[in-house]
Design a protein around this ligand. Structure first.
Ligand SMILES: [Zn+2]
Length: 140
């Protein structure tokens, strides 16, 4: 499998660090509010719905689909030049009602379709951190 994009930015918050520590175990998990049961992403210290600070990290539901995407044709830095054109995708987990910014791999841009079913795949970044990326879900 070829590498997609370089290492992600450094973690800005404690909650983001927890998210990435699960990723390093190749587990995609989202915060779920213990008080109201809603999921949230990106990681944050309080529930945006009920303001509770109690959360647990639950495995992502298997069902994912493409909510939106864009295709980048002009590299914003030299480091990204070898990767253009590349996509930036918003992946939705309908049951959990959360969305994740990621990339769709293994598919040319003209085959990306809003609503298409996706499957999680892990791909290591330059520093070895597994990144949660997505492929087209194929029947069977
Ligand atoms: Zn809540």
């Amino acid at each position: 499998m070829t590498r997609y994009l370089p290492t992600p930015s450094p973690e800005a918050t404690h909650d983001a660090a927890v998210f990435w520590s699960w990723c390093r175990k190749r587990e995609l998990r989202f915060q779920q509010c213990v008080a109201c049961g809603r999921f949230r992403h990106p990681p944050m210290p309080f529930c945006p719905h009920c303001h509770s600070g109690d959360a647990q990290w639950m495995p992502a539901d298997g069902e994912a689909r493409l909510f939106s995407y864009t295709v980048v044709h002009h590299a914003v830095s030299e480091k990204l030049r070898p990767y253009v054109p590349y996509n930036i995708a918003i992946v939705e987990f309908p049951r959990l009602r959360v969305r994740l910014v990621s990339n769709i791999v293994g598919l040319p841009a003209d085959r990306l379709k809003i609503g298409m079913a996706l499957r999680l795949v892990w791909q290591e970044s330059d520093d070895g951190t597994p990144l949660p990326l997505f492929k087209e879900e194929t029947p069977g």
